[in-house]
Every structure is written in structure tokens, then in C-alpha cells.
Design a protein around this ligand. Structure first.
Ligand SMILES: [Zn+2]
Length: 111
């Protein structure tokens, strides 16, 4: 049993294999779902502390849906290991992947 526990324990520590973060958002005006793929090494901006050391990373992203074309602003903070600390959004809301898939599967006009 110890061997099994080790197997599963080791698995849980792995991050996303492709260094990508997927954001699922929903437009606050028309309700359209949008998926955004963030590359954790190319898309994040470095933030420095007072001593010029890397304090963490930040992502400010303008997202546009394909229906009403209004901009949605997402703002995410990451620690030095690129682990997400917090997220905020203006003009829309974050939704889960399940919610995103449910919304994209719905026929037009059903939302
Ligand atoms: Zn919209």
C-alpha cells in the first residue's frame, strides 16, 4: 500500500505539463463564453520588489468575446514559481471549464 500511496503522492505535485493556463470567462454584457490560453513563461510580466528581486509575476489580459466585442479585463497575480495567487476580472466573470463547455454546447439563442 505504501508503494501505491507514493505513486499518487508524486503525481499530485506535477504542474501543468505544457506550462499553459486556461482561463474561462463569460462576458458580463452578452454572456458569451470565451477561452483564453495563457503561456506561463511567455505571457507573464515580471514584478520586482524594492531590492530589484523578482517578487512574482503578473498577467493583465484584455479579452474580447466573439459576440458583442466588448473588452473584458483580467488581472492575475502569481508567485515566483508561477503559481497563481489571485485573480480579478472586470466586465465579465470567471467560470469553470465545465461551465464553459456547457455554454459552448448550447444552441445559439439558448443562453
Ligand atoms: Zn459580450
Amino acid at each position: 500500500m505504501d508503494f501505491l500511496r507514493r505513486l499518487f503522492g508524486a503525481r499530485g505535485r506535477n504542474g501543468p505539463a505544457d506550462n499553459a493556463l486556461h482561463l474561462y470567462v463569460r462576458c458580463g454584457r452578452c454572456g458569451a463564453p470565451v477561452q483564453v490560453r495563457i503561456h506561463l513563461y511567455n505571457d507573464l510580466a515580471v514584478e520586482y520588489d524594492d531590492n530589484e528581486n523578482i517578487a512574482g509575476y503578473r498577467l493583465r489580459k484584455e479579452i474580447m468575446d466573439a459576440r458583442c466585442f466588448r473588452l473584458i479585463y483580467a488581472d492575475l497575480a502569481f508567485d515566483r514559481n508561477r503559481h497563481e495567487l489571485s485573480r480579478a476580472i472586470e466586465g465579465g466573470e470567471f467560470i469553470s471549464r465545465d461551465e464553459y463547455e456547457r455554454l459552448t454546447a448550447a444552441p445559439p439563442g439558448a443562453l
